[in-house]
Structure formats: C-alpha cells, structure tokens
Design a binder for this molecule. Structure first.
Ligand code: ADP
Length: 169
C-alpha cells in the first residue's frame, strides 16, 4: 500500500530515499527544481550526469524516461532524473507526463527505495496547468504497482499545494 503525502516547501530540503528531479533531456542542469538540486546537492550529481551522457545517453534522456544518480549532499540516497514534456495546447502529451511518474517509481523500485519525493513535474518552465498536472500525477501514482511506501509531493507554493490537496480530498 502506497501512502501519498503532500508537503509545501523546497524539495532540496526533504529527507527521502529518492528525490525526483524535473530535469531536461541534456541532464546538464537548468532552472527550477533542476537548478536547486544541483546547487544544494553539489557537483557529484552533475559529474554522474555527464558520465551517463558519455556512456549511453549521448542523445540525452528522452522525455518520459528516468535515470538514477547519487544524491550528492542532499538528504537522500538517490536522485531520479526524469524529463517532463513541454505542455502543448494542440497535442496531448499527458501520456508522457504519466510516464515520468511511472518510470521514476520503477527506477525507485529497482533501488529498493521506500520513500520518494516528487516535484510537480512540467508545471514550471514547461507550463503544464497545475490542476491537470496534479490529476495526472495522482492518478498515475495511485495506479502504479510499486513497493514504494510513501510518495511525497513537494509543492513549492501554496497555490500548487492547494490544487493537489483539493484532488486528494
Ligand atoms: P519543468 O521544467 O518540468 O516545468 P520546473 O523546475 O521549472 O520544471 O518546475 C516544476 C515545478 O517545481 C514548478 O511548479 C515549480 O514551481 C516547482 N519548483 C521550483 N523549484 C522547486 C523546489 N526547490 N522544490 C520544489 N518545487 C520546486
């Protein structure tokens, strides 16, 4: 049984087995969650991302997929990097957003992680409307077959928190 919890705050301050990064396909850092994770986690994470790029992700990490690195100085064992889709009003990319949650949980399962902290993937620079992103995130996590005991959504502002909370009831 997986418990879903909500927290208002900065994901880089969380303590969890795995912290999920809303990365971009380059895996070489960016703004938002990605920038914050690399800043607080330190250079070890970026070094491992570079090694992954050099080894088998020469073209970058495809949207909807996930890879694992060390968590550096974060209070976690691993960072799971996943690439959310950019929101499009003309094309339904929700399958890719759901895939981020599913693939991240699959990676966490492979590691034996019991607690996983997620940001609201794609709702920042990638512009996904928060309510729809929350629906997809929650539906996908609820439907996932996983050994993860706690999935914690870490929402960066009150509005995002309230949107998730309204859907949890
Ligand atoms: P994306 O490129 O997938 O849209 P962003 O990092 O730009 O990713 O934003 C994803 C969500 O994470 C947004 O709702 C943003 O407000 C939020 N966010 C930004 N920084 C943090 C942080 N340090 N902890 C938790 N959430 C954050």
């Amino acid at each position: 049984m997986t418990t879903i919890t909500l927290v208002l705050g900065d994901i880089t301050r969380e303590s969890a087995d795995a912290i999920v990064n809303a990365a971009n396909s380059s895996l070489l850092g960016g703004g938002g969650v990605d920038g914050a994770i690399h800043r607080r986690g330190g250079p070890e994470i970026l070094e491992e991302c570079r090694r992954l790029r050099a080894a088998h992700l020469g073209g970058g990490l495809p949207t909807g997929q996930a890879v694992v690195t060390t968590a550096g100085r974060l209070d976690a064992r691993w960072v799971v990097h996943t690439v959310g889709p950019v929101f499009s009003a003309s094309e339904d990319r929700s399958g890719l957003l759901a895939s981020c949650y599913r693939e991240s949980l699959k990676a966490a399962d492979g590691l034996g992680a019991r607690t996983v902290a997620f940001p609201a993937i794609s709702t920042g620079v990638y512009r996904w409307p928060m309510d729809d992103a929350a629906r997809i995130a929650l539906e996908t996590v609820r439907a996932a077959r996983t050994s993860v005991e706690e999935v914690r959504f870490v929402l960066f502002d009150q509005r995002a928190y309230d949107v998730f909370a309204a859907r949890i009831g």
